[in-house]
Design a protein around this ligand. Sequence first.
Ligand code: SF4
Length: 385
Amino acid sequence: MPELGLRYADGICFSEGDQVVVDFVNKIEAGENYLNTPNMAFKVNGLNKVNKALAPFADLDSLPFYDYNLDDQFLLDQGLFQMTKELLKERLAGYPYPVPTLFFLTSRGCPHRCSYCNNSRYINLFGHNIMRFYNIDRIIEELEYTLGHLNFIEVVVFGDDDFFMRSRKQLEYFANTYKKRIGLPFGIAVSANTYRKEKVEILLDSGLKVIQLGVQSGSQRTLDEVYNRKIKISKTKDVVQQMASYHKTHGLDVLLDFIIDNPYETRDDIIQTYQFILDLPLHVRINIFFLAFFPGTPIYNKALMDGIIKPFNEKEFRFYTRSHVTYQRNYETFLILLARFLRRHRRLRRYFTKYPLRVLGRHPVRCIASILPESFYFMMSKRVQ
Ligand code: SF4
């Protein structure tokens, strides 16, 4: 969002930079005017100059490999430091496992258009939804090259928005080649709509270790009317149970994403997310995110119109992973955070089995609990975060 970036920088690239960065650097080097570079915006005499956006870059295979020669790379973190393998190894560990992990993209774009997601912003910018894929041979070659430099990597996570957008034939070729030439455990993200049992099974044999799926809400109303996600919650439940069954047979870990603290949800919507979480097998890991209103997304525009947020107000851009409950300081949201807290702490689980948690979610208990003020649930929610 150029209006924000230009508060801090003289110029920014607001779309894909693959083509334009070369042009931009060449112009600077030659002392030429670079202020018309497409996909970029500049501050000129105190005003924002936003240039035209190019169509999305199509020929991904023509791009060079990412540069992992560390000799001329630096780390900027409270000082400028020469990048080293040790530093990189440290920085690349943490999610989803505490071991050095390489995040890698094999495609760009997502077939969906969720109202809160940066994909919506790109779709608005490009005028349509466009998926682009790297060729599989090229992916394997780049992985070999990269892992040759970063020989400490233990897991590869493919960051594609939906890895199952590839055909079964392509996945078969990928699985065979990856197993022979790379062989590290790997993770993917998929959607309940593209999930297919046979696709998972192809990948399980080549090292699939973790699979991530966005649920976001247990309420169909929220998914349809607020998030614009064309996915049936019943289908998601079914897919989650199928994925979870591979934990015992293949050691597959399942990660599910949920979004809470959404001002457009009712308490009945929220309790459906809570019930969804209670139904999950305990080995399934859950990520709870706080709804963030990103400028350029439909939900940002709606919240602006409804007076929930102010335009480009940085205070409202809360960190979506680490934040406090703002809009839904109520018993139901507290229950979701409590359920996550108990799932995380193995020792506590046995004191709080599913049955008492279910009772806490029942209507009469909710009615009584709702007598307590918002400030109480705000405080309690902080305790279980
Ligand atoms: S499915 Fe995920 S990546 Fe795709 S638009 Fe929705 S939130 Fe974004």
